[in-house]
Design a protein around this ligand. Structure first.
Ligand code: AMP
Ligand code: MG
Length: 411
């Protein structure tokens, strides 16, 4: 393949992913495992629940004593003790006896059933049972949830809040997870000023570094925000060398026609392995990708929207592969849904249009933002999805299109 030829987005994604390897494992405190991939099987050291316990506030008793109980003809039992949660009953429940028991407390020996307090009537220690529930009613059995020795979470599990809860229950305060990449973010351009600098005529604020750092955080990487590199060979070279502290390098700007040769020269001089430049997509055409000392280097376009869209299509999957996410879960999730406004892709590159997705009556709808220019920062506002339009594709409201999902779709 001629590397200077414009690639399809799929070809470019494949080349990027072919050069990404999982970064390896580190041990972290439990909360830092959130949204990461577990690197070892986690086994239970004991049963959960650890013993048979009560699911209700009520009376622990022997089912054979209450088989025929009803409101008209209650079974009458003698209460022998009270067992609050966190305590173990001291007495076995014998025939004609019962123990008052709280939710979560261990069911005492002898008892096999708990009758909720609302189905009973107490007069001192004399307890009337007004309803015969089934045997073992309201008893949570030892090991019903987790059995000692079983693999509760296998290596490769994605750790969400539910997984963290179980890991806490299993007393895993530290655990091995897959590393997430650090990502150096470097904005280039003589026109840029930092966020708090005075804005002289002709200058623009460096917003990309913040947008890309936010994307990095949102998609599982650790951003390292570097100072602006000026449009000179010396400055760029120094900045890129500094960026080599990270696992991945992202630069924005300096890769469109005109500037391209010069950033390319710096990377060539540093011995980088060129992989591709330019992808047949809009926005995001002038994407540059190489390996620098074996590290993935993404030269993102300078236009704010283009750089964010390139991030989502190429950097996000790379972050996920480096963090050992499963192969089927690297690209953005896709769906079919109906457009709410007419759209036409007149060009010869695939369009990625920022959109607001919503559910209505069980159907997914996408409404694209009015201004889709790659300089229009506002086109990213509230965007939770992308409408993907092929060249020459024309759609009317209600027509189904391919969608990519960036954020959760509410409503
Ligand atoms: P470039 O790819 O360097 O030619 O930049 C394309 C456009 O994106 C120009 O209008 C730049 O001013 C703008 N741009 C480049 N870098 C940034 C940045 N870090 N923050 C905001 N806009 C930028
Ligand atoms: Mg520039």
């Amino acid at each position: 393949m001629n590397p200077e030829k414009m690639l399809t987005p799929e070809q470019a994604q494949q080349i990027v992913l072919n050069h990404i390897r999982p970064l390896g494992v580190e041990r972290v405190a439990l909360l830092d495992a959130l949204d990461r991939i577990l690197a070892t099987d986690v086994r239970a050291r004991r049963d959960n629940p650890p013993c048979d316990n009560s699911a209700m506030d009520g009376y622990a008793l022997r089912h054979q004593d209450i088989q025929t109980a009803s409101a008209a003809q209650p079974a009458v039992l003698e209460m022998i003790e009270e067992i609050p949660a966190g305590r173990v009953g001291e007495q076995a429940v014998g025939p004609g006896q019962t123990s008052r028991i709280m939710t979560g407390a261990p069911v005492p020996p002898g008892a096999d059933t708990v009758i909720p307090v609302e189905d009973t009537r107490a007069q001192g220690n004399r307890i009337e049972i007004l309803e015969a529930d089934e045997r073992e009613a309201n008893v949570r059995h030892r090991g019903e949830d987790i059995q000692a020795g079983s693999v509760v979470l296998p290596a490769g599990t994605f750790c969400g809040p539910g997984e963290l809860g179980i890991l806490a229950a299993l007393q895993c305060s530290f655990l091995p997870v897959q590393r997430r990449p650090t990502l150096a973010i470097l904005s280039t351009g003589d026109e840029l000023v930092e966020i708090d600098e005075a804005l002289e005529p002709g200058r623009i604020v460096n917003s990309n570094t913040y947008a890309l750092a936010a994307l990095a955080l949102a998609h599982g990487a650790v951003p390292i925000m570097l100072p602006i590199a000026r449009d000179s060979e010396a400055d760029t070279r120094q900045a890129v060398e500094n960026a080599l502290q990270a696992d991945f390098i992202l630069s924005s700007g300096g890769v469109s026609v005109g500037e391209y040769d010069y950033i390319r020269k710096v990377l060539d001089d540093m011995g980088s392995e060129f992989k591709f430049w330019r992808v047949a997509m809009k926005p995001g055409k002038p994407l540059f990708f190489c390996l620098l000392q074996g590290k993935p280097y993404f030269g993102l376009p300078g236009n704010p929207v283009s750089s964010m869209m390139s991030f989502l299509q190429f950097v996000r999957p790379a972050i996920r592969k480096a963090s050992a996410f499963p192969a089927a879960d690297l690209l953005l999730p896709t769906a079919r849904g109906a457009v709410e406004n007419p759209l036409y892709n007149e060009g010869n590159r695939r369009n990625y249009l920022r959109a607001r997705l919503r559910f209505a009556a069980g159907r997914l709808y996408a409404s694209t933002h009015a201004g889709q220019g790659s300089h229009m920062l506002t086109s990213m506002l509230g965007a939770n999805g992308i409408v993907v339009l092929e060249p020459e594709q024309k759609v009317e409201p209600g027509d189904e299109v391919n969608l990519q999902i960036i954020e959760r779709v509410f409503r």
